[in-house]
Design a protein around this ligand. Structure first.
Ligand code: HEC
Length: 104
């Protein structure tokens, strides 16, 4: 009985852990966007203006070729007109999820 409980517990922990690691967090992405991206991009509907060269996140999300996975990868690479922000994989995924949410 104790052994079964142990198995169940580790199974629950394992599921919880893998889901936590895989699920992108758009709320976290919003915090990151306001900190790192708002100087140039309009990152939220309540932001008045950014740098005129940088597309607003809502426009990025509405691009026909928009793809959340491709965006997360793009954010991991240094980009010519953008500073290299040294984002971690999960930060890039969170940001991509947040940008996607701005297209609605
Ligand atoms: C120093 C200003 C600056 C900062 C800070 C910045 N960007 Fe940009 N970003 C730009 C500019 C300018 C472009 C347009 C690049 C071009 O036209 O080649 C751009 C383009 C992009 C694109 C590409 C859109 C497309 O055409 O596919 C994405 C996505 C993007 N930025 C996301 C971000 C995210 C996420 C952050 C914060 C982590 C960020 N940017 C921070 C200036 C900035």
């Amino acid at each position: 009985m104790i052994r079964i409980c142990g198995y169940l517990l580790s199974l629950i922990l394992l599921i919880g852990f893998t889901q936590g690691a895989a699920a992108a967090d758009a709320i976290q992405g919003q915090t990151l966007a306001k900190r790192w991206c708002a100087a140039c991009h309009v990152v939220a509907a309540d932001q008045k203006s950014g740098n005129t060269q940088a597309p607003p996140f809502s426009a990025i999300a509405k691009m026909p070729r928009f793809d959340v996975a491709r965006l997360a990868l793009f954010l991991l690479e240094p980009h010519p007109k953008m500073p290299d922000m040294n984002l971690s994989r999960s930060e890039a995924t969170d940001l991509a999820a947040y940008i996607q949410s701005q297209g609605n």
